[in-house]
Each structure stands twice: as C-alpha cells, then as structure tokens.
Design a binder for this molecule. Sequence first.
Ligand code: F0G
Length: 351
Amino acid sequence: MRRGVLAVHADCLPLTGQTPRISLGEGETPLLPAPAVARAVGGGIKVWLKWEGANPTGSFKDRGMVLAIAKALESGSRAVACASTGNTAASAAAYAARFGLKCLVVVPAGHIAMGKLAQAMVCGAKAVAVRGSFDQALTIVRELAEGHGVTLVNSVNPFRLEGQKTAAFEVVDDLGCAPDCLCLPVGNAGNITAYWAGFKQYHAAGRAASLPRMLGFQAAGAAPLVTGAPVLKPETFATAIRIGAPASREGALAARDESGGLIDSVTDEEIRQAWILLAREEGVFAEPASAASVAGLLKASRAGRLAGARQVVCVLTGHGLKDPEAAFGATGQVEQVEADIGSVARAAGLA
Ligand code: F0G
C-alpha cells in the first residue's frame, strides 16, 4: 500500500498536530534503470528514470499538492485556485474533489493537453481558459485568489515545494546515495528548486554524503533562464513547460550555481527524439515535457559536460496519456482495415 508522502516523510515536512494526514497514494514512485538511455550517453554512466507519471493524477504535482491541500484544510480554507499548463490543474482538481474544497483552474487557451483538461473538468473543477499565456494566467490568479480568500496552490505556495522535495528524498533512499547529476525539465522552475532543497536537507541531516549537480532543461522556444530575459510568446510542443517568466527563477538559478550545475535549452526536435527513445526502448510513455530531461542529458554528454559522473537520474515528470494529440502527431493515425483475417494479416505485414 502506498501511504502517501505526508505519512512516509512526516519527519521531513512542516506538519503540525492539526495538519490532516490526507493522501491519494502519491509518492514512492519507481526509480527505473534506463539501459537504452545509458547506451546513448556512453562512458559507462548508469542512468535511472524517476518515473513520476506513476503518481495518482499522473504527474509529480501530487507530491506538493497533497501538502498544499492539507495546509489549506488546516487553515480553514474552502476553495483553492491555480493557473496551470495542465498538470497542476489536474492535481488540484483531484485533491480538492476528494477533500471537499472548491477548485478554480485557469489555463492558457489552446495550449493545454487534452488529458489534463479532462482530468480537471471530470473532477469537478471550474476551468477557465484565457486567451493568453500561462504567465498571464498566473498573474491573474494570484490577484484573484488574494482578493477572494481563496488559497493559491501554484508552486508560489511554499507548501507545494515542501511536498515536492520528497522526490529527492526517495531518489537518495533508493540509490543509497545522491546521484552525481539530476536532470529535469524546467518550466515555472518550482521543481528544480524543490529537488535542490530536498537534497540539501537530506545532506544536512546526514542522510546523503554528497549533493548532485542539478541539470535543468528548458525548451528552446521557452528558455528565459538560458537567455536571461523573459519570453513574451513562449513556444514549444511540450506545452507543460511553455512558460516565459518562471515564478521560481531565483530558486532555479541558485540550484544551478550552488550545485555547480547548468540550465540549458533543448530543441523541440531533441525533445521529440528523446520522448520516442523512452517509449520505444525503455517502454516508458512519458509526456513530451518530461523527455526534456533525457534530451538535455544527451546534449550535456555530447558537450562533454558530465565529467566524473557515474550515476545520473532523469526525472520523468508526467504521464504520456495526458497528451494523446502529441502522441498521434508523432505516430500518425491507426490503420483501419476490413474485419477479416486476410486484411489484418496484410496490414500487419504477415501475408
Ligand atoms: N514537467 C511537467 C510534466 C510539468 O507539468 C511541469 C510544470 C514541468 C515539467 C516543469 O516544472 O514548473 O516546476 O519547473 N507544469 C506546471 C503546471 C507549470 O501548471 O502543471 P516546474
């Protein structure tokens, strides 16, 4: 049974006697060996995938959402709100539904994967799509929540990042040490901030002898932390990280600099190739944004930037089922034939 991150990591989280110990079974996700990615990286480096698509709503957001919702309940809040490229919305909607809160999600119109919107709406959230970017949606929701006594559950809510740290704890617990490098996609930059805080906390507590280098990757069309300036019209097919002004910019830059890591960009084509490699050779169907971690690892290895690394973990942040349109965009539609054995055999190349 998965007990949930509040129970498993109680000693490392800011819980009080009044914090309700809620759960939808988040956390304790698999750390999978990735031999095909390791072959592509070369140099005998071991690669692991932290498979966050295995969380209850299919993304890493559940780790932070469970704590943000528990704290909203603890403070007597009746409603939560978020801006989202999709996964935060799906997670907020599910936890709000289960634990009796109203939920508002604001998303960028036309740039959210269908599975995510379906999750939020079926779970009963009020969904509003703005004709604008995620960044504009976040600005609106921050102001709206404050004016209406609604709890904001974006990662600017500190409890979100506290909960997301638990992924770093699990990586160390599973490997028996910190990896040499941790690769992950960067959008609003909350997750890289949270992982770094988690690794540092475990290190300070004597539970990890070393700290990893943090390697964060943005999509080339939405890479404000690489270019050094906000991107007004971010573009990438990895819609989860289509963000031009990351709220946790400072945290991401600190994680990079303190860890001796890097934040780089990867093109949509590099993301697409890594995404297909993961599905076809590792059997892991992640969503496109997740594959930025692997695309980035491959780029870093080509550039000789993995010096001395023996063990690397790539975080796969969300499930591929969330974005069926991206999937069929890559594969084309299924071939239809008449319902007879000859037709199927011919289509299958067996006749
Ligand atoms: N991967 C996925 C699948 C995501 O959904 C996100 C962010 C990220 C990576 C980037 O994480 O923002 O902490 O740097 N999704 C947010 C959302 C923005 O609204 O669901 P980050």
